[in-house]
Design a protein around this ligand. Structure first.
Ligand SMILES: O=P(O)(O)OC[C@H]1O[C@H](O)[C@H](O)[C@@H](O)[C@@H]1O
Length: 545
């Protein structure tokens, strides 16, 4: 039976009525009216603290959103995911990234297979391998320890490990430099290879399918580069694979003994916890990689057991839904006030936009509301000096997630004080704004006409929503919890919209057309099979190539 449409649900309609009342609400007044607002609208879970009080909503809004979550079946769908039901209904797959971070003693059997035992068998191999490389026991073909690790992968086989290795920089092994090659653009791999020594470099070819065109081309280029400089027999010391596709790995020439497997129930964008996290385990060591998994597991336990009203990922999802649906916000900015989280917005782009950038429901009916907003952002304070102008005074309202660690991993205390001051000041500024009268007061002393000329330019509308997520330190456990928080937020929103958050058919068309055009760019005769624009572009490129 198909799910009733979102807009026909009683709780959605109650929210619609409520949203009309809420249209004129000013957060300044909401704070003034309730001295307990911060206490009421903040919570802690899995080592993270979320302040959601600077949103344009009140207790009643939250009640209605919680009712919507219940009516849409967030709890049942969550339980179905954890239980290994095949909730990815267009690919007939279970969705079990949560099993990747479950402790060894957990139990989960899916299709007669002990999933937890499989996961821990691979983790044991990751532990042995990463210990060997890090200790210098695993040597390159001329007997030297590995100094450089190159992960060749794209999308989920790149963004997670790359983001996490950067985020955990203070925990990194001093001898191992991590490199990430993803783009089919030869400038990417060329820039990486020119600095590398084939005697001390380890390549990880990371691809769930082991058919992704970019990754296969980069892997072949790396292989060629290597065998031009080293005997072919040395390949097994320098090339390992991470994949679900053993046959394709073998065909590429990597011994399955050097392959770290995972499973079709791990989506690419949810795979950093699997063997796709191998670069992270190499970089920080297996102990810290285990802490990373444990941090995510702590968030899983919270998501699984906390009531909706005190459930951090559910609240984050519901508030995002409110902002998208009833405040009409077309995008969300992620503002990590931590330089080491520089790649976190890019990571979330894939997580949220590939998951929920859908226009039909699980049953294939058109959705009747907007779905995933655009996700973007840069670390603070850099963004403040670039696009925050638009966030403060532009015509669109863009909700912001501020993310900060209370303690830094460096000794430069005054830098950290300045960083946090900026983070908190921005959320205050977005909430409060600056009224025309406040501007007038500031400008006292100038001629009256000049004051009035400047007032509209210097006024800040304020009333712009934000969340603030704090952690004590950015470390493997808090990073794990943070990623899992957003994974589950994405899940919750997918349930509200009733989309399949675990497929990505939208990436296929471009891949197919690119294959065709690639052949046309190289071949004869001149093709004219496309529209005039595409034909014209191909012709220009053929003349240049
Ligand atoms: O790991 P792979 O099979 O190489 O896939 C890499 C990426 O490419 C695909 O096109 C999907 O859009 C991503 O979800 C996936 O993470």
């Amino acid at each position: 039976m198909s799910e009733p449409s979102l807009t026909s649900s009683a709780s959605f309609q109650a929210l619609e009525t409520h949203a009309i009342e809420a249209e004129d609400w000013q957060m300044r007044s909401l704070f003034a009216a309730d001295p307990q607002r911060f206490e009421r609208m903040s919570l802690e879970a899995a080592g993270l603290f979320l302040d959601y009080s600077k949103n344009r909503l009140d207790g009643r809004t939250l009640e209605l959103l919680a009712a919507l979550a219940r009516e849409r079946g967030v709890e049942q769908r969550r339980d179905a995911m954890f239980a290994g039901e095949k909730i990815n209904n267009t690919e007939h797959r279970a969705v079990l990234h949560t099993a990747l971070r479950a402790p060894r003693e957990a139990k989960l059997v899916v299709d007669g297979q002990d999933v937890i035992a499989d996961v821990h068998a691979v983790l044991d191999r990751i532990k042995a391998f990463t210990n060997a490389v890090r200790s210098g026991e695993w040597l390159g073909h001329t007997g030297k320890p590995i100094t450089d690790v190159v992960n060749i992968g794209i999308g989920g086989s790149d963004l997670g490990p790359k983001m996490a290795c950067l985020a955990l920089r203070p925990f990194a092994h001093p001898r191992l430099a991590m490199h990430f090659v993803s783009n089919v653009d030869g400038h990417d791999i060329e820039a990486a290879l020119e600095r590398l020594d084939p005697e001390t470099t380890l390549f990880i070819v990371a691809s769930k399918t082991f058919t992704t065109a970019e990754t296969m081309m980069n892997a072949q280029t790396a292989r060629r580069w290597f065998v031009e400089r080293a005997p072919e027999s040395a390949l097994p010391r320098h090339f390992v694979a991470v994949s679900t596709n053993t046959e394709a790995v073998k065909d590429f020439g990597i011994d399955p003994a050097n392959m770290f497997p995972f499973w079709d129930w791990v989506g690419g964008r949810y795979s950093v916890w699997s063997a796709i996290g191998l670069p992270v385990a190499l970089c920080v060591g297996f102990g810290y990689f285990s802490d990373f998994l444990a941090g995510a597991h702590a968030m899983d336990e919270h998501f699984r057991s906390a009531p909706i009203e005190q459930n951090m990922p559910v609240l984050l999802g519901l508030i995002g839904f409110w902002n998208r649906q009833f405040l009409g916000c077309p995008s969300v900015t992620i503002a990590p006030y931590h330089q080491d989280l520089a790649r976190f917005p890019a990571y979330l782009q894939q997580l949220e936009m590939e998951s929920n950038g859908k226009r039909v429901t699980r049953d294939g009916a058109p959705v009747d509301t907007p779905t995933c907003p655009a996700i973007w952002g840069e670390p603070g304070t850099n963004g403040q000096h670039a696009y925050f102008q638009m966030l403060h005074q532009g015509t669109d309202v863009t909700p912001i997630d501020f993310i900060a660690a209370l303690s830094p991993s460096h000794e430069l205390r005054h830098h950290h004080t300045a960083l946090l001051a900026n983070c908190f000041a921005q959320s205050e500024a977005f909430m409060k704004g600056k009224t025309p009268d406040e501007v007038r007061r500031d400008l006292q002393g100038l001629p009256l006409a000049e004051i009035e000329r400047l007032v509209p330019h210097k006024t800040f509308p304020g009333n712009r929503p934000s969340n603030t997520i704090l952690m004590e330190y950015l470390n493997p456990a808090s990073l794990g919890a943070l990623i899992a928080l957003y994974e589950h937020k994405t899940f919750v929103q997918g349930v509200l919209w009733d989309v399949n958050s675990f497929d990505q058919w939208g990436v296929e068309l471009g891949k197919v057309l690119a294959k065709k055009i690639e052949a046309e760019l190289a071949g004869e005769p001149q093709p004219a099979l496309h529209d005039s624009s595409t034909n014209g572009l191909i012709a220009r490129a053929r003349a240049a190539i």
